[in-house]
Design a protein around this ligand. Structure first.
Ligand code: LLP
Length: 416
């Protein structure tokens, strides 16, 4: 049974009716299920239980301190892409020694913070980054563990904005350049070569690009070994797709058996950077219908959530399931679900069949990953509240913003 399910005609998050949540916390609100997160994490862990590995949850998917502290308590590592994310991990009680630092443009202050915190590995994206890292490591008297992010030039068959493993993308380096970076790294006193990494994209629903990229990376691993560069880990990135609608997606046990089969007898420790897989289906966005209007042929359901709260439909044309929180046998209507933002791109769903009345609550599913984290104050809208439900307990892990919060860092121009 999903952690979001109907009970007595009401949609619930675990043991709590969403209508009760709306009464207490208002809307729009992101509601996460603790049990869903725990189950996804454990399913991943169990799939690889026979091989030395570390899950480094990709913080960018959902960086709320409540979520990070939950994962830290289960022993998770973290994949970060900024100094801000490192601060969040440390504040949430995460172990810096289980942190890998990805990202194509790490700045000196971020590298310094990561060196001082003693993170596990820097996933390098260029030769100049290697030199900057070495310089800072020498200055601080630290050793920096590195891995080189290789771009395997494999098509992940996903939305072009979230594909990262093609030559045309800004991410990683070619196998040839990687060799050169490893050779340079061997000569730098404060650099310790640890691993290799790649990440070919997100919301991948087909195993074959993941299999193909691992196969091509292992060719490089073997070449490096011939050159006397022995790696201790391989970081295969994230990207496993979740179920938004009725797509065929990757089964975690099939993923594990394919990876382990290709890895063969190599002793490499496996690192993973899943984001969406852990939190994507663990969250819904709860919103209330403000008004219903008919423009010609079109019926618009105007809700109090908008593209500033959930930008995925506008940015990636993503389809996310929407349910009325109360069950009914009223007739359905064909409609677009839109927000109050002044843009025609402000839609959450198009051409849906829903029964709905003004004042109803709707739940937008699969909003746990890349939901709140991509939200903004566009149209001076306060960002939503975030809650974690566990059984019948509700924890507010982020209060709704106020207008005072929004303007706190601004000032009027003194024109005298
Ligand atoms: N590792 C690296 C280096 C990444 O760039 C990403 C995601 C991940 C791991 C985690 O990928 P996941 O397991 O979550 O697929 N905003 C987009 C997704 C952007 C993904 C960016 N990188 C969306 O809403 O679909």
């Amino acid at each position: 049974m999903s952690e979001f399910h109907f009970f007595n005609g009401q949609l619930q998050a675990e043991g709590v009716p969403l209508s009760a949540i709306a009464d207490e916390f208002s809307t729009p609100t992101f509601v996460y299920s603790k049990a869903s997160i725990v189950t996804a994490y454990e399913n991943f862990q169990n799939a690889f239980s026979g091989h030395e590995h570390l899950i480094c949850y990709s913080v960018k998917a959902n960086s709320n301190l409540g979520i990070l502290s939950l994962l830290a308590s289960m022993g998770s590592g973290f994949d970060i892409v900024s100094g801000g994310e490192l601060h969040r991990v440390i504040t949430a009680g995460g172990d810096p020694a289980k942190v890998v630092f990805s990202g194509v443009g790490k700045q000196a202050w971020e590298i310094q913070l990561a060196l001082e915190s003693g993170i596990a590995c820097f996933n390098l994206e260029s030769a100049s980054e290697l030199h900057l890292l070495n310089e800072l490591a020498v200055k601080l008297g630290k050793a920096a563990a590195i891995s080189v992010r290789v771009n395997p030039d494999v098509d992940a068959n996903t939305h072009p904005y979230i594909a990262t493993g093609l030559k045309a993308n800004k991410f990683g380096v070619s196998a040839r350049d990687a060799m050169m970076i490893y050779r340079k790294a061997q000569q730098l006193p404060n650099i310790e070569i640890k691993g290799i990494d790649y990440h070919i994209g997100s919301q991948i629903t087909d195993l074959s690009p993941l299999v193909d990229s691992l196969t091509s990376i292992l060719v490089l691993v073997d070449k490096l070994e011939d050159m006397g560069i022995i790696l201790s880990h391989i970081d295969v990135g994230g990207g496993i797709g979740i179920l938004y609608k009725d797509e065929q997606t990757i089964n975690i046990d099939d993923y594990a058996s394919s990876i382990l089969r290709i890895l063969d007898k190599r002793k490499l420790r496996l690192l993973f950077e899943p984001g969406r897989f852990i939190v994507g289906n663990a969250g819904i966005l709860l919103t209330r219908v403000i008004t219903i209007k008919q423009n010609g042929e079109k019926k618009f359901i105007v809700v109090d959530a908008a593209m500033n709260d959930l930008i995925r439909p506008a940015l990636y044309q993503s389809w996310q399931r929407i349910e009325n929180v109360r069950q009914s046998d009223e007739p359905t209507q064909n409609c677009d679900i839109v927000g109050p933002v002044c843009e025609s791109a402000d839609f959450l769903a198009r051409n849906r069949k829903l029964f709905v009345r003004e004042g109803d609550l709707l739940a937008i599913f699969s909003s746990g990953a890349y939901g709140f984290v991509m939200s903004s104050n566009y149209n001076s809208r306060n960002r939503a509240a975030e809650l974690i439900v566990s059984g019948t307990d509700v924890h507010c892990v982020r209060k709704r913003e106020s207008i005072a919060d929004q303007i706190r860092l601004e000032s009027v121009l003194d024109t005298d």
